[in-house]
Ligand binder design. Sequence first.
Ligand SMILES: Cc1ncc(COP(=O)(O)O)c(C=O)c1O
Length: 375
Amino acid sequence: MSLFNVYPLYNVTPVKAKDVYVYDDKDVEYLDLYGGHAVISIGHSHPKYVSAISNQVEKLGFYSNAIQNPLQVELADKLEELSGCKDYQLFLCNSGAEANENALKLASFHNGKHKILAFKNSFHGRTSAAVVATDNPKVVAPINAQQEVDFVDLGDLVSVETVLKANKTCAVIIECIQGVGGLDQSTTEFYQGLDQLCKQYNTALIADEVQSGFGRTGDFFAFQKHNIAPDIISIAKGMGNGFPVGGILIHPSIKASFGLLGTTFGGNHLACAATLSVLDVIQDQNLMQNAFNISDYFIKKAKDLPNLKAIKGRGLMLGLEFDFPILELRKTLIFKHHIFTGGAKNPNLIRILPPLTIKKKHIDLFFDALHKELN
Ligand SMILES: Cc1ncc(COP(=O)(O)O)c(C=O)c1O
């Protein structure tokens, strides 16, 4: 059987990894400034993570959501403590798209409306409702297209109000820092205005923190910089450091009832053990502070780069926008300098999403390589 050929692949075969380094089948060492799409938060194969998963699978890897699972309760408590999201409720699932799918569905159950408002250049995943809220017609199949979505420019409160006034929109879904789109963000005034309009027109505000959450920006969630309180917060990626896990944090004003949401695998024992160890390491190693510090260092160094148009993003979710397409430069970084970086919808932008354990010496390696290629 052949693989369904949907991914353009780099010719690199990683076989092991440790912290910020990945090793291929010829034992070449690569510096990982991409974390496998922002997934590696506490570093590859962190010893606490490895032992948490190994110990758990020896005891109990999985049982369904029909029994008591104290690990889910422990996880909800720990998440509340570290995120500061007091009194939110936790529903666990398996991926970012699934988190957004549940968030949108829950919003619609809650207020009885059916339309979605999303922002231009957004990416929210590939499932039924999440994919139509993604600003890329190429990934929307006819079966999804009957769902109604309005797209407005990030920052345009006037258009948001025009849409919400019609009283058909169940949810506004937003990445406070756009990931796949290219690291754009708006002002605190905009995010606060959006929060206020959602409350005024009985529309749920969904913060998609799938990429920006779990400490990546230096705050636990990116929206927290703007002092807003979303109705639903979606999480995945860095949450499991590679273990497939996602979830939504649900404001106490939204009430649960039996059968409203459900999943077979979501919140299983292994996923909870993995996520609990991620939270412990973020706390013990002060990784949010590290994200702030290294981000500062990165931004200062980036200012000396030639051909640079803008430095985008925040914390360890950063973008370097050049005045030329970066496809070839990224290939040179991988194959000559052995450094993984990411691309974005914006063809001129390199995306930097390293493990939160990264140090200044790794940033130096990256800028040395860039200077060699650009000067
Ligand atoms: C902001 C955001 N939301 C949702 C998703 C979808 O997550 P997943 O690929 O786990 O379904 C992504 C993936 O890149 C993302 O960046």
